[in-house]
Every structure is written in C-alpha cells, then in structure tokens.
Write a protein that binds this ligand. Structure first.
Ligand code: OOG
Ligand code: MG
Length: 253
C-alpha cells in the first residue's frame, strides 16, 4: 500500500476543500498505518510553511463517540493555519462541510518532558480556556471508520480559543454551543473523560509514545463535550464554559 499517495490525497482534499472517498472503502489499514498516513500528510503541510502549535484529542466524550459511531480516543495535530484569532471570520470557502463543537483548551507553560498527571500538571500549564473547534472531515458525507479519521488528522481544520484564564480545575463546568445566539448543544465538561484534565494527561502520554514533542506555548484541545453541529455561512458560533468565559466566531457569508 502506498501511504504517501493516501496522505497526498487527504492533503489535497483539505487544501482544495474537495471531499475524497474513505480509505476503508478500498484499503484495509490498521491504526498504526493510519497514524503513519496522518504524519506523512502533516509533513506536506509543514513543507508549505505551516507550523505545529498543539495537539487535539478526539472522541473523549460518549456524546461524540455516539454521534460518529466510533469508540476509541484519537489524537491529531493542530497547526497555526487552523488557529483563528478574535474578530477573524471563518472563511467558508476553505472548508467542505464544517461542524463546530465546544471544547476546553490548555496552554503549556514549558516543554513537556514527563507524562502529566494530577500531581504535576499544574507545573506545565499557564492557562485554560473555553474553545470552539471546527472539524471538517475530508471524507464524503462526513462518514469514516476510526482508521479513516485518524489518517485524516482527526478532521482537524480550525479552532479559536477564548481568553486564557489562570490554571484551575475544569471539571464539572456547564458548557454550551450556540448558533446565532440560540443554544444548540449543552453539556458538562465532565463528559470529557470524567475531567478534561484527563485529556491533557492522555495527550502527554500519546505524544511521548509517538515521539512528538509537546513544547512551551502549545495548545491541547481536550475533545468536545457535546455532539458537533454543522455551521452555515453568515452564522455566529459561540461557546461558553461556566467559570472560563465565552468565545465567538463569525462565519463568512
Ligand atoms: C473527529 C474529531 C473528533 C472531538 O472533539 O471528539 C473531535 C470527528 O468527529 O470528525 O475532534
Ligand atoms: Mg474536537
């Protein structure tokens, strides 16, 4: 099997916002192979000048697993091109069929050289925040197997982070996602592995196991607490996590 060709197909699908067929429709790949394809396709982005700025976990809540029909935690890479700044519009033309989901973000205060846990995690973060993740599967109809979505960098395509607040516990926070001011999803941060901090611990373990360095300033997205919602041109997306504040993103017409 030609990993490079599969990685190139996914990279082009993302670059030109043109959906592609699921790999699993024609090939039988395992999870290790899927991560290898992810890594090759990300290398193509780095060559174009994109920079790694963090990692994200996926399927850390039951709500997400059930929505997408997959049942294992996955991880992907976030680049500077995916990062939206305050007041920047989401350019719909660069997406295929984007969805938004409410997340909790952590910011690393120094390079991570150990697996994080309850005792040391606060030494390694200098901020927590509410965030919106924009996911955009490169596969037709947003349908995939676990291996497909891993190869596709876990649908990563955009994110915006609210105001960073000082490191604090982030369990048991009510969270919601709104479209044009109307709440369309609501949940609790505990839906994320019981406590979103668990995602940070898992991220440090997965990064270490896979030879990916987590560096000072990197962002870790813990995974959505609720199902994701399709977004439409002209909408305003917002997410709230009680105690952390809110964040909004306007979608282009
Ligand atoms: C895969 C990405 C999952 C999350 O927060 O669970 C994810 C997808 O649903 O397309 O980002
Ligand atoms: Mg997500």
């Amino acid at each position: 099997m030609n990993y490079n060709l599969l990685a190139e197909t996914l990279d082009k699908a993302a670059l030109y916002a043109e959906p592609t067929a699921q790999i699993s429709a024609t090939e039988n790949i395992n999870l290790d192979e899927a991560y290898a394809i992810q890594s090759i396709s990300m290398a193509k982005r780095y060559i174009r000048g994109e920079k790694l700025v963090g990692i994200k976990l996926g399927f850390t809540s039951k709500a997400k697993m059930e929505q997408m029909g997959v049942h294992d935690m996955i991880w992907g890479r976030l680049t500077d091109r995916m990062a939206y700044m305050k007041d920047e519009e989401l350019d719909m033309s660069t997406f295929i069929h984007p969805r938004a989901e409410p997340e909790i973000a952590f910011r690393l205060s120094k390079d991570v050289d150990v697996i994080l846990n309850k005792d040391n995690a606060f030494d390694y973060i200098d901020g927590v925040a509410v965030a919106i993740e924009i996911i955009d599967s490169r596969y037709e109809n947003f349908k995939f197997s676990l291996e497909d979505v891993v190869a596709d960098n876990c649908s990563s395509s955009g994110f915006i982070i609210g105001e960073w607040v000082k490191p604090q516990e982030v369990n048991n926070l009510e969270m919601s996602l709104s479209l044009d001011g109307e709440v369309v999803q609501a949940g609790n941060s505990n839906a994320i592995l019981g406590d979103p901090m668990e995602s940070l611990f898992a991220a440090s373990r997965l990064a270490m196991e896979n030879g990916e360095n987590l560096l000072e300033g990197y962002v870790v997205l813990a995974g959505a607490a609720t199902p994701a919602m399709y977004i439409k041109p002209g909408q305003t997306i917002s997410a709230i996590a009680d105690g952390l504040g809110d964040v909004s993103l306007k979608v282009s017409k």
